[in-house]
Design a protein around this ligand. Structure first.
Ligand code: MN
Length: 248
């Protein structure tokens, strides 16, 4: 099973969560929201966990000074996230800072030879895609919890985007319709835990299974076939990550 976007460091019991992920053999992309959180979060990582270096758009205005640290740490990881833009009204004030931070990170990734990037694009899909189009060598973008329009989805596909889809997105008709139109060879599952819940219960990385079941329905495949597709997608994504220019 795969959780390609969760915040292990933000659970009240991160060590235990990481341990259970390892016991269950989960493949995890553990994203961070600030560069200063990367080292400790990376130290939690089990054998099948990758830790992504991020600067969340909702924190861009407070943490832009950490871009220096971001650039220092970037050679140590093949994965970047959570990054992106948030166009919701409550973050409009920080829009310019968000753009500055996101553009800086894309340029840094370009210079570093490309990274696999887990990207937030709430109410900002077009603005995110525009910037990705302007930085084609930044790496492989994975749009997490995509909620744009169908037109934006096709534009994202054309510019090489992948998608990580979770239980919350697939619970609604709109999200399921979008998922149906995503190319199957560019989809992985996620939970975005601990920021998501289902039936009043916080989601954990192993709840990615709910997304697998929903995708099996959408794709009209068995659960085993669905898992096979997702795992072969992840393997391809991991190869792309390794091809990037990390100093080993
Ligand atoms: Mn997130």
């Amino acid at each position: 099973m795969i959780d390609f976007h969760c915040h292990i460091d933000l659970y009240p019991n991160p060590v235990e969560v990481a341990q259970i992920c390892a016991e269950r053999g989960l493949y995890v992309l553990s994203v961070t929201t600030t560069p200063s959180a990367w080292k400790v979060t990376a130290s939690l990582a089990g054998p099948r966990t990758q830790t992504a270096l991020g600067l969340h758009p909702q924190l861009a205005h407070e943490r832009k000074s950490e871009l220096l640290l971001f650039d220092q740490l970037l050679p140590q990881t093949d994965y970047v996230g959570e990054i992106g833009l948030d166009g919701a009204p409550e973050f409009r004030k920080s829009w310019q800072d968000q753009c500055d931070v996101f553009e800086h990170i894309l340029r840094s990734c370009e210079e570093a030879g490309g990274r696999v990037m887990s990207i937030h694009s709430r109410r900002a899909a077009s603005a995110v895609i525009e910037r990705l189009e302007a930085c084609p060598s930044a790496g492989t973008p994975v749009l997490h919890w995509f909620s744009g329009s169908q037109k934006e989805l096709y534009r994202a596909v054309d510019c090489g985007c992948w998608f990580s889809v979770g239980p919350a997105m697939l619970a609604g008709e709109r999200g399921r319709k979008l998922a149906l139109r995503m190319p199957r060879e560019r989809v992985v599952t996620e939970t975005d835990g601990p920021f998501t819940e289902r039936n009043g219960r916080t989601l954990f990385p192993w709840d990615a299974e709910t997304a697998e079941i929903a995708l099996a329905e959408i794709w009209q495949l068995s659960k085993d076939e669905t898992r096979r597709v997702l795992h072969s997608d992840l393997a391809r994504l991991a190869r792309q990550a390794r091809r990037s220019g990390r100093i080993k």
